[in-house]
Design a protein around this ligand. Structure first.
Ligand code: URA
Length: 266
């Protein structure tokens, strides 16, 4: 059967598919012939004020429901004026499919006034159950690593880019990370730490907008720019990777010592 669509209906379909993709709903394989682009997607819906109006009209013409404000991660995240408001904004956010399968929102643990902020990847089963990040085996190793340089829970503020557990502890998809990124960025801006640690490649690559692997990114300080401010950020090997490859612990130790030196110089 051939479907005849008007240019407005085609524009509406494209706009809706693009919007779904940005929020983690992947197209069916048959709908995407050819290789998938690995280029990062835009982190937020277009700021062009004319675009929502045009696509709204087109979507209406094609009979599509327009996204509601609870789906707009960038606007919700930016509307939060403090960490509690950001948590509440995430509770309202409907733009990431992981929320439907996770038990709890995993927001943060530690001290919101600490100078050091650690940004991990996504919660696992234990974190989902406890509604706290890094409380499973990898989290216990992280605590030991921090203790080795004299840091207790009260000396750090710990969170993750994706605040809901991906089913079966799988890696979050590019779309899921993109949907949650405005909240992670706002989280950093509101927390406003003196130093940042990106725990793992996903965290480092998505926040630094880099395609370089964690083994090359780690061990060097990077400038993380947010809200007109620059924060020194150190990518480190994720503790769950160290559990699988303990032979990499020597590199993690070097990074911890670099972190200790930098903290002492503040
Ligand atoms: N890995 C993470 O990045 N975060 C957690 O909370 C647990 C494991």
């Amino acid at each position: 059967m051939t479907l005849h669509l008007s240019p407005e209906q085609i524009a509406a379909l494209k706009s809706t598919l693009d919007w779904w993709a940005r929020h983690g709903v992947e197209p069916l394989p048959e709908a995407t012939p050819g290789p998938r682009s690995s280029a990062p997607r835009a982190s937020a819906p277009s700021p062009n004020p004319a675009q929502p109006t045009a696509s709204a009209a087109a979507a209406r013409a094609a009979g599509f429901r327009q996204p509601n404000p609870e789906d707009d991660g960038l606007a919700l995240a930016q509307s939060a004026g403090d960490l509690e408001a950001l948590r509440a904004a995430l509770e309202r956010f409907e733009g990431c499919n992981l929320k439907n399968t996770a038990r709890n929102l995993v927001f943060s643990r530690g001290n919101p006034k600490a100078r050091l902020m650690i940004m991990g990847e996504a919660p696992g089963r234990e974190e989902d159950e406890a509604a706290l990040p890094f409380v499973g085996e990898a989290g216990q190793l992280l605590d030991k690593m921090l203790a080795a340089i004299g840091l207790a829970e009260d000396d750090v503020y710990i969170t993750t880019i994706v605040p809901w557990r991906p089913p079966g502890n799988r890696k979050p998809t590019e779309g899921e990370v993109e949907a949650c990124l405005p909240f992670a960025q706002r989280h950093i801006a509101l927390k406003n730490p003196d130093l940042l640690v990106f725990a793992g490649g996903l965290s480092a690559q998505s926040l630094l907008k880099s395609k370089t692997g964690i083994m090359s990114l780690r061990g060097r300080w990077h400038d993380y720019a947010i809200d007109g401010k620059t924060i020194a950020a150190l990518p480190m090997i994720h503790p769950s990777f160290l559990l699988r490859r303990p032979q990499e612990k020597a590199k993690a130790w070097q990074d911890l010592l670099a972190l200790k030196t930098r903290l002492a110089a503040l």
